[in-house]
Design a protein around this ligand. Structure first.
Ligand code: HEM
Length: 336
C-alpha cells in the first residue's frame, strides 16, 4: 500500500512539473509565426531574420504601416548608409584624383597653332540656353541629392542640427521642383543633338588616336567627337534613369510596392553618383582642361584654329555649306 501511495505521489509530481514547464514558455513562442522554430528544416539565418520582424495589426488604412521593421528594410538601410556612400565616395573622389593627376601631367590642351583671330558659330542661343538650364538644374540636383546621401555624416556635425535641418528642407524642395526643368532639358538635348551623336567609324579612329587629349595628336572629328558622344549618351541615358527612378520616389506607391520603391532608390542613388563623376570630367574638359572650349558654350563661337584642331570634318562641312552665301552672311567672323 505504502508502495502504491509513493508511486501515485511520483506520478502527480511529474505531471505538476510538466504543467509548470508548459506554462513557463514565453508568450511569443505561442504566437503563430510564418516560421515554425521547432521544424528541423528551419535555417538559423531564416529564423533570425523572421524573428527580427516587428509587425502587427493596426487600424490605419495603409496596411504597410503595420510593419515597422523587417529584414529587407535593414538591407536597404545598409545600402543607403554604407554601400551607396562607398560607391559615391570612390566615384567622386576617384575622378577628382584622376583629373588632378592628369592635369599635373598633361596640363591644359592648348590651341597648338595659336588663335587665328577669326571665329565660327558653334552653338546658337537656343542650344546654349538649353545647355545652361539643364546644367544649372543638374548642379543643384546633384548638391541637394548628395546632401541626402552624405549630409548627415559630413555636414551635420559641422553646421549643427538647426542649420542642417533648414538647409536640408530647402535642398529637398529644390530637388523636387528642379527635376521638371531638368527632365525637359534632357529631352531637348536628346532631340537637339541626336543627329550629331550617332557613333560611327570616325569615332573609333578618334579613340584609337587618344582623342587628341592624350598626346598632341589632332584626329579628325565631325561636330561631336567620340568623347563628346559618350557624354551625350551618359546625359541622355543617365538623365532618363534618374528621372524615371526619381519620379517613382517622388510619387510613392502609385502602382509600386515597397520592393520597387527600394529598387528605384538603389537605381537613382547609383546612377546619380556615376553621373556626378562623369559630369565632373565633362566640366574639367570644358574649362581648365582645354583652351578655347568654354567659349563654345559661353559666347557660342570658337576660334577657327580650335575648330581645325578638334573638329576638322565639321569645319570643312560648315565652310562648304556657307561658302555660296559668304558675301551675305559669313560663317567665320573676325574675333573682336
Ligand atoms: C528628374 C530628375 C530627378 C528626380 C525626379 C529626383 C527625385 C529624387 C527623389 C524623390 C529623391 C528621394 C529624396 C528623399 O529621400 O527624400 C532623390 C534622391 C537623390 N537624388 Fe534625385 N532626382 C532627380 C535627379 C537627380 C540628379 C540629376 C541627381 C544627381 C546627379 C540626383 C541625385 C540624387 C541623390 C544622390 C539622391 C539621394 C540618394 C540616396 O542617398 O538614397 N537626382 N531624388
Amino acid at each position: 500500500m505504502t508502495m502504491l501511495v509513493a508511486r501515485f505521489r511520483a506520478l502527480v509530481g511529474a505531471l505538476a512539473f510538466l504543467a509548470l514547464a508548459i506554462g513557463a514558455q514565453p508568450a511569443g513562442a505561442q504566437q503563430p509565426t510564418s516560421v515554425n522554430p521547432q521544424a528541423s528544416a528551419v535555417q538559423e539565418q531564416q529564423l533570425l531574420q523572421e524573428l527580427d520582424r516587428i509587425s502587427g495589426r493596426c487600424t490605419l488604412p495603409d496596411q504597410k504601416a503595420c510593419t515597422i521593421e523587417q529584414p529587407a528594410g535593414r538591407d536597404w538601410r545598409h545600402f543607403h548608409e554604407v554601400t551607396l556612400r562607398w560607391i559615391g565616395g570612390i566615384a567622386i573622389v576617384g575622378i577628382l584624383a584622376v583629373l588632378i593627376v592628369f592635369y599635373l601631367w598633361r596640363g591644359m590642351v592648348r590651341i597648338e597653332s595659336g588663335r587665328s583671330g577669326r571665329t565660327i558659330v558653334r552653338f546658337n542661343a537656343f542650344e546654349r540656353f538649353v545647355h545652361w538650364m539643364t546644367a544649372t538644374c543638374f548642379i543643384i540636383l546633384a548638391v541637394s541629392g548628395l546632401n541626402i546621401s552624405f549630409g548627415k555624416p559630413l555636414l551635420l556635425p559641422v553646421v549643427g542640427p538647426e542649420a542642417f535641418t533648414a538647409w536640408s528642407q530647402w535642398a529637398k524642395y529644390a530637388h523636387n521642383y528642379l527635376s521638371f526643368p531638368f527632365t525637359l532639358g534632357v529631352i531637348l538635348i536628346f532631340l537637339m543633338w541626336l543627329a550629331g551623336n550617332i557613333p560611327n567609324r570616325v569615332d573609333v579612329a578618334w579613340f584609337k588616336r587618344g582623342g587628341g587629349i592624350v598626346g598632341h595628336d589632332h584626329p579628325p572629328a565631325h561636330r561631336f567627337n567620340g568623347g563628346q558622344k559618350m557624354i551625350y549618351w551618359i546625359v541622355v541615358l543617365g538623365g532618363a534613369a534618374v528621372a524615371l527612378s526619381g519620379y517613382v520616389l517622388m510619387f510613392p506607391f502609385y502602382g509600386t510596392d515597397i520592393q520597387s520603391m527600394q529598387a528605384a532608390q538603389i537605381v537613382h542613388g547609383i546612377v546619380a553618383m556615376l553621373f556626378v563623376a562623369a559630369m565632373i570630367a565633362h566640366i574639367y574638359i570644358g574649362t581648365i582642361g582645354m583652351e578655347g572650349a568654354f567659349e563654345a558654350m559661353g559666347e557660342g563661337t570658337v576660334d577657327l584654329n580650335w575648330a581645325k584642331e578638334h573638329h576638322s570634318l565639321w569645319l570643312e562641312q560648315e565652310q562648304a555649306r556657307t561658302a555660296p552665301h559668304q558675301s551675305r552672311q559669313p560663317a567665320a567672323t573676325p574675333a573682336e
